[in-house]
Every structure is written in structure tokens, then in C-alpha cells.
Design a protein around this ligand. Structure first.
Ligand code: F6R
Length: 610
């Protein structure tokens, strides 16, 4: 949450910073700002309420010249979205700061600094860092040491970049709880919250570790650990394509990413199912040894990633014969939980930086989980670095705030994990071959589903004037119903709930009337007759239904029920196949409603605050 970019260069950097912010806008988009130091050692700053585009426009009209600068796109925590609360925050016309995270002791620090005569202009927690650095600088021999003293006084989470107008040569950056990556150029260096921001200027990166403080100049990067000792954080070249941040021919990132799913899944499978056999090393060194001892799996995740974990529970218990629990990270991290013997802790996260999931992993290590695995889309992210094993989904950069291809590739990873663990719990070679076959058929099957787009677009018209919707599923389609409801609410702002269809009669049936469309995910499977009874319960109460089903499920359209024919597929991969029509439905409803599909209100991607 919140995007940070900084640069120390000989050339003017405002354009680089703004381009970086555009690439980070998924992290927050309620206001944006930039500050540079010009040749006369003056601090120049421009901030705008709203998206980075507003800032870009302002800078086109009144450019800022300077080779050292910092920039920020905000997702408000403390203080409403406004120009005055936008970063960078400035103290005494000299110290400028951008920050991602939450300073929990900001009230106490604010009072202390007010007592020292500092005047606060914003309602943000960040402004305390600005004045604190200014104050510490009075008794420090360098900006680096002032920042080191400052961060020792901060409680909470921060990724922060500090500059002093009297020193054009350096940026000081600090990380604790919010990611920062250093980008290495030729005679210029950069900092950002995510490599995406810096791909137009470099491919060489190193990640700061928790507690690191670094001094970045044009030719040098000096990093110090939490104890102030110099450390090396190895720089690596990345092979991510420069253009992965482009929308191409698509109107929205979400649509592009929905259509990328067959390719993303092909990439996630490639090289991992060799000659029909799963390559266990794909999970990391020593994976087979760890899987051999697993007697229980505990899955932890948030949001959409939590839904993929819910599907995995069905797979692990049914296909691998291993017990599995799943819990939302923000709950798990704050309760005392029992650790079953030989448990594997599995986190799932597109970004690898979600604060609650990361805290849950750290807690799990403390309370005795012996090994951990992350299913993640971002190499080098905190969850990847801190887990014993990692399955990297190869979805490519996901920019739309509503997760699509990250979700389906997570499911692919979780199904492979089921095979890897199942192998040690008596899963037969035939079953392994069947799952492999199923996975290999997936990309082509998804291409068939995407061909339904225009009929789903027509269907979306029925939802545009509705305020509520109910999603129903049973078994491993229940989490898919939940994911469908989440997609609809987050991008179209229609209130949507999901229920396991068998639960209807225990309360939600009271909601059914013609104003409450009911979406049913209904592939032919062992539960189809049960689901049909639930559909009849809705019909009998005058509900209007939209049933996504294959021809084998035998539903037919009538006055109260529209059936959308989904291609017949193997039952194992049905949760993945049925996800796509629901993604398309919410997309087209959002288009009709005119909402901001890629950057829905109040949200941001990569939730690095708890
Ligand atoms: C919804 C969505 C979120 C994320 C959640 C966890 O479309 O994307 O619910 O799934 O914020 O994020 P990650 O997967 O990055 O941990």
C-alpha cells in the first residue's frame, strides 16, 4: 500500500519518478506528490489530490528540475485523502519524507515534537518522521545517522525515504515492515516499493531486509543492518519484461489479466510436469524431505488468496488424504492456536508482502510449525524470502486491483502441492497421472470459457440496476462462489454474498425476491442433485437465477432461470474453470455501472498495513 519511488541522478528525475508512480498506482491512488532538490539546493514539491495523472498534468504545466527526488502515491490511513495529507511531507523547508506503513506511536511523537516547537500541517502519522529527522539532525553528523536515530524511536511499520535539500548527493532509506527495493543504474541509483516502478531505468535490484537503513548516492549504495553494521544485500538482474506494465489492446488491466489466464497457467505448468511427472524441486531444495513428514497442513491467507486456500482444503483432504485447516491471516495472528504434529504452514499471497500473512508466518515459526511453504507471484518478496519452500506462480505482473490470474495460478500451484504431498500418503500413480492430465488440459479449456465473454456481457445488463446479489455453490465450488461475490462487490460496488447452497434454508432464504439475483455455480459433480434441490428452494420463493453449468448438469433456461453453458471439464479442475465466467460477469457489470475497474474506490493492492 502506498507507492514510493526515489532517484539520485545527474539528469532531471521528475519524469522517472512520475512514470514509477504510474506503475505503482495499484498500491494506492488517492493523492500523489513529488519533491526534488534543484541545483540551488532548494526543495521543490508538487502534490495533487486524486490519481497520478493529476500530478503528471500539474508537472507538465510547471515542470520541476532536479536530479535528486522522491515521490509517493498514497492509500490513506491517517488523515483523509487531501493535498495537505499527500506525501512528501516537509520539515523546515529542508527535510522531505515519503513513507509507506503506519507509525503506531505517532500521537506521542507528535506531542513531543510540538513541545519542541514543530508545527504540524497534516493529519498524517508520516509527518512525525519528517520533523523527527529534522530534530535529530541538529545533534548528528549526517543525515544517515539522524535517520538511524529516528527509526529507533518509531513503532509500527515503515518503508521510508528521506532527503535533505542541503545534500543533493544522497537519499536515506529505511525498511521495517514495508518493502523497499534498490535499483542500480549507471551513475544513478534508485529506490522503490516494487521493482515494477523502476523497470524502465534498470533491471538490477537488491532488496532491503527488515531493519535495514541505506544511503544511496549516484555511484554508491551503503546498507546497514538493524544494529548499524554494514551489510551486503546481493544485487540480482531480473528478467521481467519492461512492458508488463502496459494494458496493450485491452481497455482495462483486469480484462487483460483475465484473458492472460491460459498463458499464465501454461507458464506455471511449464517445466514442472516433466514427462507426466511432477518435479518436486519446483517447491525448493529439500521439498520432498519436508513433504514426506507432513501430517497436517495449515493454510493462511487473505482475500482472494484465502479463497484459493479454501479450494485446496477440499483437494488436500480428498485427493491427498491429509488433514487441512485454513484461516484468515488477520485472525490467526491474534489468537492462540494449537499446532498439530508435523504440520506444514502454507501461506498464499500474490504480492508476498501482505502484512497480516507475513505476521502469521512469523508467528507460526515462533509457535512451533516446523516448515513453511508459500504460494506466491512475486520473486524476492518477503514471504518468499522468509519461507522454507516456495512455489512461484508465473502469472506475470498483476496490476488490476481485483485479482484474476494470480488466483487461478495459485490454484494450479496448490493442486501441484496436493500431488507432492499426496505422493507420500498413498496417492496412486494413476491419480497423479489423472491430475497431471487435467492440469495439462486447463489452458485450452480456459480459452473455450473466454469465448463466452459476449454472452456474459449481455447477461451483465440484468445486474446493473441491482443492489444485491447472492452466489451459491457446494463443495469445492463454494469458495468459487465466494470469490465471485468478492469480485462483484469490489469492482461494481454491488453488495454480494456467497453461501454454501445447503445453508440457504438456515437464514439467507429470507432475502430471496425478484430484486436479489442468485448466481449458481453448478458443474455436474457428486453434489449436483443436492444443488438442484437448493435451486428449487430459490425458485419456489420467486428468486431469479443465473446458473453457470455444463451440459451434463442438465439445467434448462426458463422465465426465472438463465443457464450459461460452461464447457464440460474434468471435475478436479472445475473450480478453476468456473472462476473465469464469474470474473467476466463482475467485469462487465462494473463496465455498465461505470466504476473504476482497475482501481476500485477505497482499495489498493499489496496490503502492507494491517
Ligand atoms: C481481491 C484481492 C485481495 C487480495 C488480498 C491478499 O481481488 O486481490 O483480496 O487477494 O489483499 O493479497 P495477497 O494475495 O497479495 O496477499
Amino acid at each position: 500500500m502506498c507507492g514510493i519511488v526515489g532517484a539520485v541522478a545527474q539528469r532531471d528525475v521528475a519524469d522517472i519518478l512520475v512514470e514509477g508512480l504510474k506503475r505503482l498506482e495499484y498500491r494506492g491512488y488517492d493523492s500523489a506528490g513529488v519533491a526534488v532538490i534543484n541545483k540551488k539546493n532548494e526543495l521543490l514539491s508538487t502534490k495533487r489530490l486524486g490519481k497520478v495523472q493529476e500530478l503528471d498534468q500539474a508537472l507538465t504545466e510547471a515542470p520541476l528540475a532536479g536530479g535528486t527526488g522522491i515521490a509517493h502515491t498514497r492509500w490513506a490511513t491517517h488523515g483523509a485523502p487531501s493535498e495537505v495529507n499527500a506525501h512528501p511531507h516537509i520539515s523546515s523547508n529542508t527535510i522531505a519524507v515519503v513513507h509507506n506503513g503506519i507509525i503506531e506511536n505517532h500521537q506521542a511523537l507528535r506531542s513531543q515534537l510540538q513541545g519542541l516547537g514543530y508545527e504540524f500541517l497534516s493529519q498524517t502519522d508520516t509527518e512525525v518522521i519528517t520533523h523527527l529527522v529534522h530534530h535529530e539532525l541538529k545533534t548528528s553528523d549526517s543525515l544517515l545517522s539522524a535517520v538511524q536515530k529516528t527509526v529507533k524511536q518509531l513503532e509500527g511499520a515503515y518503508g521510508t525515504v528521506v532527503m535533505d535539500s542541503r545534500d543533493q548527493d544522497n537519499l536515506i532509506v529505511a525498511r521495517s515492515g514495508s518493502p523497499l527495493v534498490i535499483g542500480y543504474g549507471l551513475g544513478e541509483n534508485f529506490i522503490a516499493s516494487d521493482i515494477m516502478a523502476l523497470l524502465p531505468v534498470t533491471r538490477k535490484f537488491s532488496y532491503l531486509e527488515e531493519g535495514d537503513v541505506a544511503q544511496i548516492s549516484r555511484f554508491d549504495v551503503n546498507i546497514f543492518d538493524i544494529d548499524g553494521k554494514p551489510v551486503i544485500r546481493e544485487a540480482k538482474e531480473v528478467s521481467v519484461s519492461h512492458d508488463s506494465g502496459d494494458k496493450g489492446e485491452y481497455r482495462h488491466y483486469m480484462l487483460k489479466e483475465t484473458y492472460e489466464q491460459p498463458t499464465a497457467i501454461r507458464n506455471s505448468l511449464e517445466g514442472r510436469l516433466v514427462a507426466g511427472k511432477l518435479d518436486i524441486n519446483t517447491f525448493g531444495d529439500g521439498a520432498d524431505e519436508i513433504f514426506k513428514n507432513v501430517e497436517h497442513v495449515q493454510i493462511i491467507a487473505c482475500g482472494t488468496s484465502y479463497h484459493s486456500g479454501m479450494v485446496a482444503r477440499y483437494w488436500l483432504e480428498e485427493l491427498a488424504g491429509v488433514s487441512c485447516n485454513i484461516e484468515i491471516a488477520s485472525e490467526f495472528r491474534y489468537r492462540k492456536s494449537f499446532v498439530p504434529k508435523n504440520s506444514l504452514l502454507v501461506t498464499i499471497s500474490q504480492s508476498g508482502e501482505t502484512a497480516d500473512t507475513l505476521a502469521a508466518l512469523r508467528l507460526a515459526k515462533e509457535i512451533g510449525y516446523q516448515s513453511s511453504l508459500v504460494i506466491c507471484n512475486v520473486p524476492g518478496s518477503s514471504l518468499v524470502r522468509e519461507s522454507d519452500l516456495a512455489f512461484m506462480t508465473k502469472a506475470g505482473a498483476e496490476i488490476g486491483v481485483a485479482s484474476t490470474k494470480a488466483f487461478t495460478t495459485q490454484l494450479v500451484g496448490l493442486l501441484m502441492m496436493t500431488m507432492a504431498i499426496g505422493k507420500h500418503h498413498g496417492m496412486s500413480a494413476d491419480k497423479q497421472a489423472e491430475i497431471t492430465q487435467s492440469l495439462m488440459s486447463l489452458p485450452a479449456k480456459l480459452d473455450e470459457v473466454l469465448a463466452l465473454a459476449s454472452s456474459i456481457e449481455d447477461l451483465a445488463e440484468d445486474f446493473a440496476d441491482k443492489n444485491h446479489a447472492l452466489f451459491l455453490g457446494r463443495g469445492d465450488q463454494y469458495p468459487i462462489a465466494m470469490e465471485g461475490a468478492l469480485k462483484l462487490k469490489e469492482i461494481s460496488y454491488i453488495h454480494a454474498e456467497a453461501y454454501a447452497a445447503g445453508e440457504l434454508k438456515h437464514g439467507p432464504l429470507a432475502l430471496i425476491d425478484a430484486e436479489m439475483p442468485v448466481i449458481v455455480v453448478a458443474p455436474k459433480n457428486d453434489l449436483i442433485e443436492k444443488l438442484k434441490s437448493n435451486v428449487e428452494e430459490v425458485r419456489a420463493r420467486g428468486g431469479l437465477m443465473y446458473v453457470f453449468a455444463d451440459s451434463d448438469a442438465n439445467f434448462s433456461s426458463d422465465d426465472t432461470c438463465k443457464v450459461i453453458n460452461v464447457p464440460v471439464c474434468d471435475g478436479i479442475i472445475a473450480p478453476i474453470v468456473y472462476t473465469l465466467p464469474l470474473q467476466l460477469l463482475s467485469y462487465y457489470v462494473a463496465i455498465i455501472k461505470g466504476t473504476d475497474v482497475d482501481q476500485p474506490r477505497n482499495l489498493a493492492k499489496s496490503v502492507t498495513v494491517e
